[in-house]
Design a protein around this ligand. Sequence first.
Ligand code: FRU
Length: 484
Amino acid sequence: MEWTRDMKYRRIEDMDTVEYKKLKLNTENAPWRQQYHIQPVTGLLNDPNGFVYHNGQYHLFYQWFPLGAVHGMKYWFHLVSEDLVYFEADERIVEPDTTYDSHGAYSGSALVVDDEVKLIYTGNHRTENWERIPYQIIAALTEDGVVKAQPFIEGAEDGYTEHFRDPKVWKMRDKYYAVIGAQRKDLTGTIVVYSSDDFKTWTFEGELKTAYQNFGYMWECPDYFELEGIDVVLFCPQGVSPKGNQFRNIYQSGYIIGNINFNDFTMEHDAFTELDNGFDFYAPQTTVGKDGERILIGWMGLPDIQYPTDKDEWAHCLTLPRVLTIEEGKLMQRPIKALANRRLDSEEKNIQVFDEQNVFTGKCYELLVNVEAISGDALLIDLRASNNEYTRLRYDAEFRAFTLDRTHSGLLPEGVDGTTRTTLLSKPLKALQIFVDESSIEVFVNDGAHVFTSRIFPSEHAEAIRVSSLNGSAQLSMMKFNLK
Ligand code: FRU
């Protein structure tokens, strides 16, 4: 189906209930629907938004185009959860219903101010000539719904293009700060900073001054947090060229860590590191969890890629929540512990691996692998495998190279560079924690030192879990949990 501009900017209210119900039913019955990941009720999901913990409840929104698998008029769909494992829909969604967000309620964050959840986001407005004007808007999440105030920033600052969006707000030492992703007039990406004493009047503080002055044409979805006294900045640069194993996806999502001088906003930092080494990860957002931990959720998808679910008019899901820590100067990402609440029955095997052997079967599960010893050149673990399909994890011991290979996974998204993603591990492979759902795989390597997140689109009967070792053997202990 060809999506015209009018179709993309059609609103949910313009659908009658029968049409919407049909769309919902078609989505529910479509192939590759996930069992335990957040996915759109209908249409397309992209960035996680407005992630915050307040009064015993997490709020998490997602960018949502309700009518199909395209980027059209964006809403914020709203979910609430006590544990970040089980979520419920909340009717208080963010709708693009003012002049300022007439062409979409774009991405943004949330913060509790005076005991109320405030949502801070970019209103995407287009003029009659289709020129974009971004507005930064604060809305309050009240008992009765979302109440919007006048925009606190209108348009882009001088020196920047219309690509000026995705505010992330936080409070530090009695002051509020906002970072916004921006494109300079010379078509390079950057982050700009605002500050406020009262959360009403905001002062433009200029750019966050990093060593990356010419690193892509636009930086989307910035995030900032302090972790163990270290400043961490996340952002998503667009237009960075691949470099060896790095930056192979269409757009990147990564972090710099170091120290920010909050007087002039210069940052001393290490090199930009990708958060995830898989095929499908973008626009993550973090918040402080109920125990003070830093939790990250990302979009398991990327813009400008065609996915096999598009033809059934739905697309994408969110990643599982991960806890961030800094260890030995690097960000570690571990799936939240509460996910263990999903575990049902388990099976365990200690095996010496030579030639290919089947270990377990399953489609939606958590798999723990401990590598006790490796004498061979490479260890292969095939998931969602059948006679002619498999998603392969490969570890080449000599180079400490870990590869996720989607070549034979089933249907593949279009517009993706290659079918493998490789990363050199910082230490030899010891442990894997793997989450497999109907159409995704998340691999946490060496206790969260590296993560590979990807969508996969295998056929129904691809259920085998197989291992093999090349030119030698491997000693593994494996445990598989079915998940509810
Ligand atoms: C990132 C992004 C944001 C924007 C939103 C619109 O995926 O392009 O920059 O606010 O999606 O849906």
